[in-house]
Design a binder for this molecule. Structure first.
Ligand SMILES: Nc1nc2c(c(=O)[nH]1)N(C=O)[C@@H](CNc1ccc(C(=O)N[C@@H](CCC(=O)O)C(=O)O)cc1)CN2
Ligand SMILES: Nc1ncnc2c1ncn2[C@@H]1O[C@H](COP(=O)(O)OP(=O)(O)OP(=O)(O)O)[C@@H](O)[C@H]1O
Length: 280
């Protein structure tokens, strides 16, 4: 069979599964040294893997290799459907926003939520327990819309709020009550999360969204956390409605990304321009 990158990568990934990431790279270097593979193969070793080849688990190595490869093969600015490529472009678009744009953008998103969240809940038929809804928000990671001012305002009006916590990497999120003054601790991924043991199930979920389509498709950070959580709630028939919170700059064309069956579509999206409802 003629040598090809994809064939090599597939067999290297298989090797990484069963032996170790380092062995896979050693095999690549050996192949290169013996003239069987082009120089390009070693040049494409992911930067993070290059730094600590012995310590990275085989699975992590495989993800890094795939994402690095996807990034390099995607011509910039062109619609593509590889998760690594699209996340990379979305992160770049987000990073390109200036401090002023972020501040005024967050203010615009908060204004749209103030004006429209009640109507959204009514439209979705979500009334909450005894008529009182609990809203799940998120504590912003760098670069995300910052809704904290609005959260304090809602709390002041007696609205019950919650924030997500990552308990386990491959599990659904749990939500814990939050009010101004609640103790937060640094959790997985360096995000501030509520302390405590009391879990709650929110009725309205503001979903941090790295990229979205107007039909409600969502791209996140690739942990699958919200999909797992919302999928579980749907199976357990917990009534809720979702609102993706996103920058306008992260809007994707409908055909830009191939959504997977586990991707839970958003019920609405709010960006700086306002509310967007998928035509369903
Ligand atoms: N503010 C906020 N809170 C949130 C989320 C979010 O998107 N925003 N989440 C939404 O799900 C959950 C956390 N999910 C996350 C998943 C991956 C990464 C992340 O930075 N991943 C790295 C790889 C890190 C690693 O492999 O260890 C990356 O993408 O480079 C961050 C958050 C729960 N809380
Ligand atoms: N409902 C689910 N059940 C089991 N695994 C899931 C589910 N949803 C997602 N996953 C796993 O998580 C991985 C990442 O999913 P995806 O790319 O959709 O994450 P994301 O929506 O970008 O992440 P996040 O919600 O954390 O921001 C998937 O490849 C899959 O392995």
């Amino acid at each position: 069979m003629p040598w090809s990158w994809s064939h090599w990568r597939a067999s290297a990934a298989r090797r990484a599964d069963t032996t170790s990431a380092y062995c896979a790279w050693a095999a690549a270097v050996w192949a290169w040294a013996s003239g069987a593979a082009p120089r390009l193969a070693t040049a494409r070793m992911p930067a993070a893997a290059r730094r600590k080849p012995c310590k990275i688990r085989a699975e992590k190595m495989r993800i890094l290799m795939n994402e690095e490869q996807e990034r390099k093969e995607v011509p910039s600015g062109k619609a593509q459907d590889t998760p690594g490529g699209i996340r990379h472009r979305l992160r770049s678009a987000r990073a390109a926003l200036g401090e002023h744009e972020r501040r005024s953008g967050s203010a615009a998103i908060m204004a749209h939520l103030r004006a429209g969240l009640k109507a959204h809940a009514a439209r979705a038929g979500v009334t909450g327990t005894s008529g009182a809804v609990r809203i799940a928000a998120f504590w912003p990671m760098p670069g995300e819309p910052d809704l904290r001012e609005l959260l304090a305002e809602w709390a002041g009006h007696g609205i019950a709020l919650a924030l997500p916590r990552v308990e386990r990497r491959d599990a659904p999120l749990v939500f814990l009550p939050w009010h101004p003054g609640s103790t937060l601790r640094t959790g997985a991924y360096g995000i501030l999360e509520p302390d405590g043991t009391q879990y709650v199930r929110p009725d309205i979920v503001l979903v941090p969204t790295l990229g979205y389509t107007l039909s409600g498709g969502r791209v996140g950070y690739g942990g699958g956390y919200y999909d797992r959580t919302l999928g579980l709630w749907r199976r357990e028939r917990h009534p809720h409605t979702t609102v993706g919170i996103a920058w306008r700059a992260s809007r994707l064309d409908e055909d830009a990304y191939a959504f997977a069956p586990h991707d839970m579509p958003l019920d609405a999206v709010v960006d700086e321009e306002g509310w967007h409802y998928p035509a369903r």
